[in-house]
Ligand binder design. Sequence first.
Ligand code: NDP
Length: 310
Amino acid sequence: MTELVNCLIIGAGPAGYTAAIYAARANLKPVLYTGIEPGGQLMTTTDVENYPGYPDAITGPKMMDDFQKQAERVGTDVRFGVVTKVDFSGNIHKLWIDEETEIHAKTVIIATGAKAKWLGLPSEQHLNGSGVSACAVCDGFLFKGKEVAIVGAGDTACEEALYLSNLCPTVHMIVRRSEMRASKIMQDRVIAKENIIVYWNSETEEVVGENKVEAVRVKNKETNETKDIKVEGFFVAIGHKPNSDIFKDWLDLDEAGYIITQSGSTKTKVPGVFAAGDVQDKIYRQAVTSAGTGCMAALDAERYLAEFAH
Ligand code: NDP
């Protein structure tokens, strides 16, 4: 017989585990499927210094391990498996794990997160975590007083460049075209900031360094001139891809693929299906904001089930 669960949570990052902690304590007996990368983006983060409650900082993987233990201690059934297909056409939602096992759920909390986009350079991959980062708000502090570079020209890149400019003597911003995609106000702030140098029409050829970032090799596409800019940190801010492909036939997604939720809640357009964390947030994208929306999703699911019972 097909298993029926009250609350099925997809994803094992801060949003998924927090939803699990709240749902378990509300006696919803949640089942959480971890997905292919349990822990999500925090598994590639070194020290997390901005999550309240860890005064001495904590590594991303240790923090996720703690979240999992806490979720299990209060009664979450954590299972390793990937949700590969969903059918949200009925009152009871159908999901398939690893393309074979069918499971039914009264409520579903989607917390599948997002992936940072990378340039795709071998040197960028090699030095990831050793000076290369896709999150200035997470890792910028480690580069306080040091020269850094950032690639990208959207709102995220501008916001992160401005953030870094308050910590670092110079921020070298590499923009591939002669204009930025970011909103005018963000561009104006970047241009007005004295310690941000913009390299227009420029391409990152390589991140230079053996075991840590020492420079970034940049080519000006107009002049074909290549130069090494000495930096200790290299930030990639060229966008994120939310992990929402399997939901696209059932839920409303925005043009970048983020799940659209009702303002002030985690409700999607399907009753009983909620979304939390980075899969529905392109603006804040922090562990603590993900955890916050995970909590909201569990409370929304609990209320929905109470109404469902009647
Ligand atoms: P975007 O997709 O808006 O921008 C990505 C940027 O990266 C573009 O400038 C793009 O260049 C550049 N890029 C992409 N690939 C490469 C590459 N291979 N090499 C060099 N550059 C590359 O992503 P964002 O994360 O900036 O923003 C996503 C969404 O979130 C947007 O809608 C944004 O407005 C929103 N946002 C809003 C914020 C706010 O309101 N405070 C804060 C942050 C984000 P090109 O332009 O040439 O394609």
